[in-house]
Design a binder for this molecule. Structure first.
Ligand code: MLT
Length: 264
């Protein structure tokens, strides 16, 4: 399904009934990364996935973006779907967006799932790397980004032993318009430091990380678990950064248990 939100056509899917959970994908992916979670959770809960602007089947305007712009899109989609409060789940850049959303719209958040993400901003070298990557995308296309990103997103075992998974992730990346990739990179480079926000998070929070996550390692998840009051931490063995894709059953089971623990 599609709807026009904040001037941009946004694609989304909305399945099931019960406690709502909205999943926000990472860079440079799209809502299909959540297919296993949709399948596993929608018989029991209302599961919403969306393609962020510049991704998947959503429009990709040539424009700057920020985590707050993405958060505004999430909020407008909730309004469109008449969902008052939701559990918000974000992986990686989706987690940066979830933190930005919490800062701006915390009354709309029933619970948070922060997966393979971190609260710290980019280092100066990290920012420089974003601009270099944007130039690479501009000059050589999304395929060049896939070459760099696939080994970072997946665990070493998946890269060598699971060609189907490598292919699926590659395809998601190569389908992403270059304007979307560049907008993500600029937005991530300029994102706000969310470390000081963590002790102020009062909703139930589940933190998930792949044991072999190289991009946002378990130390980042442990920092969030220490600073967010009463947060739960789940470390998933046999997974890298895309823990929900590499170990879908363990990831979905952790989210299911978390959703079941929330008051209706
Ligand atoms: C993501 O997976 O969303 C990104 O790799 C996160 C990042 O580069 O900071």
């Amino acid at each position: 399904m599609k709807t026009r939100i904040n001037g941009v056509e946004i694609a989304y899917a909305d399945q099931g009934t019960g406690t709502p959970i909205l999943f926000v994908h990472g860079y440079p992916l799209n809502k299909t990364m959540w297919d296993d979670q949709v399948k596993g959770l929608s018989p029991r809960f209302r599961v919403v996935t969306m393609d962020l602007r510049g991704h998947g089947e959503s429009e990709a305007p040539l424009w700057f973006s920020t985590m707050e712009v993405f958060a505004d899109d999430v909020c407008a989609l909730l309004d469109h779907l008449k969902i008052g409060r939701t559990v918000l789940a974000g992986l990686s850049m989706g987690g940066y967006i979830a933190l930005a959303f919490y800062r701006k719209y915390k009354n709309r958040v029933k619970g948070l799932v922060l997966a393979d993400t971190r609260p710290q901003p980019d280092t100066p070298e990290g920012k420089q790397g974003r601009f270099t990557a944007a130039q690479t995308a501009h000059k050589n296309g999304a395929g060049a980004i896939a070459d760099v990103m696939v080994p970072k997103l997946l665990s070493a075992q998946s890269v060598t032993g699971r060609p189907d998974l490598v292919q699926a992730v590659r395809q998601m990346i190569t389908k992403t318009p270059v304007t979307g990739i560049a907008a993500d990179l600029m937005a991530m480079a300029e994102r706000t430091d969310s470390v000081a926000l963590l002790p102020e998070i009062t909703c139930p929070t589940l933190i998930i990380v792949g044991e072999q996550d190289k991009l946002t390692p378990p130390a980042d998840a442990q920092l969030m678990a220490q600073k967010i009051p009463n947060a739960q931490l789940e470390i998933i063995p046999g997974a890298g950064h895309l823990s929900n894709i590499e170990q879908p059953e363990a990831f979905t089971a952790a989210v299911r248990k978390f959703l079941e623990s929330l008051p209706e």
